[in-house]
Design a protein around this ligand. Structure first.
Ligand code: NDP
Length: 240
């Protein structure tokens, strides 16, 4: 039986590439998304991968969404916590709402989804959780106290949950992407982006499929001895 994976925020950007990479590896994949129905429908039409809508930051919705996926498709073996948002601004300008939304979705989403998926993985003695962090959670970034805190939190969450899963065949790892050419980065002003690229030793933005290959490795059977790790895929930026 093929393993079942759920990729949050799987309908576009890095998440879409992760869905395709896992599918290529023979996994039965389901994508989750927040609200862009048009993109989700186009994604399903193009890839044949079903897309389920819920807000990962909503605890009850995440539990109900995962229960529905398990009922429709089968028990979830692989969870990729990829959904994320930015609401940038210096502390002086950042509202509580923008702080809260980023913490609730980026970090709270990992907790909510793990609460739904981890118990079954533990019971069945096999599971993979990959959390998408960020170079900005490792290094911090001007104007991103909310995003950097949430992503840094993901790296701690990963190491703690890895210790809980280790004896039960459940690995928990993080990937810390550098700057990748998705809609999220398209929102960064061109002048700022040029400065960012000048600091990347490889001299370009990353591509979504370059993150996806890392995820696919961590989710494979032969990724079994890697847990509590953060894989930095960033073109050499900061050389973590
Ligand atoms: P995109 O903005 O391109 O896509 C975001 C995806 O997440 C969409 O599918 C979106 O759904 C979904 N999403 C957003 N909010 C929620 C929510 N509350 N519940 C469920 N799904 C949600 O993002 P990227 O592909 O660029 O980024 C993917 C991940 O990688 C994020 O965690 C991001 O922080 C991280 N990252 C990205 C980097 C980059 O350079 N792009 C660098 C480092 C990390 P919908 O389409 O419905 O809105």
């Amino acid at each position: 039986m093929a393993r079942v994976a759920i990729v949050t925020g799987g309908t576009r950007g890095i998440g879409k590439a992760i869905c395709l990479a896992l599918k290529e590896d023979g996994v039965t994949v389901v994508a989750n998304y927040a609200g862009n129905d048009e993109k989700a429908q186009a994604f399903t039409k193009e890839t044949g991968i079903p897309a389920y809508k819920w807000d990962v930051g909503d605890h009850e919705a995440a539990l109900a969404g995962c229960a529905k996926v398990a009922e429709d498709i089968g028990p979830i073996d692989i969870l990729v916590n990829n959904a994320g948002i930015t609401r940038d601004g210096t502390l002086m300008k950042l509202s509580f709402e923008d702080w809260d939304a980023v913490m609730r979705i980026n970090l709270g989403g990992c907790f909510n989804m793990a609460k739904a998926c981890f118990p079954g993985m533990r019971d069945r003695k096999w599971g993979r959780i990959v959390n998408i962090g960020s170079i900005n959670g490792q290094a911090g970034q001007y104007g991103q106290v909310n995003y950097a805190a949430a992503k840094s939190g993901i790296h701690g969450f990963t190491k703690a949950l890895a210790q809980e899963g280790a004896k039960f065949g459940v690995t928990v790892n993080a990937i810390a992407p550098g700057y990748i050419d998705t809609d999220m980065v398209a929102a960064v002003p061109e002048t700022v982006l040029q400065k960012i690229v000048s600091r990347i030793p490889i001299g370009r933005l990353g591509h979504a499929h370059e993150i996806a290959r890392g995820v696919a490795f961590l989710c494979a059977d032969d990724g079994a001895f890697v847990t509590g790790s953060t894989l930095s895929i960033n073109g050499g930026q900061h050389m973590y």
